[in-house]
Design a protein. Sequence first.
Length: 142
Amino acid sequence: MLPKRYDFFETTGDVGILVYGRSLNELFQNGGLGLFDIITDVKEIIEIEKDVELKCDSLERLFINWLNELIFLFDAEGFVARKINVNVSQKNEIFSLDAKLMGYYFDEERDEKKLLIKAATYHGFYLKENAEGFETKVLFDI
């Protein structure tokens, strides 16, 4: 049994997250939920659904691109995901992600803004499989 979905850690000038999942789908889901938890206190609101599809030549790149896509959705539209369903697959050398995001648009009068995240980075990044499932470490530029 995994201890948590994610843990946060701070480094000089940045913030990071350790993400856990029993499967790759759960790892990606927990990474997205953890990201939004850094940005704001996520409300129990589901008003909007969004679909995200990504393809990459590596699992590691797919994870970083996934988080950066979520950052873009928040920056461009103010979208915050409350619930995330993810399906990660591989065909030949290509990894694919299909996700359904359920959430709401951030409202500055209602919602607290915690940290402004610029991007997920590769600095100190790893994604590995262990006896309990999967784990990844990501630093964000803030």
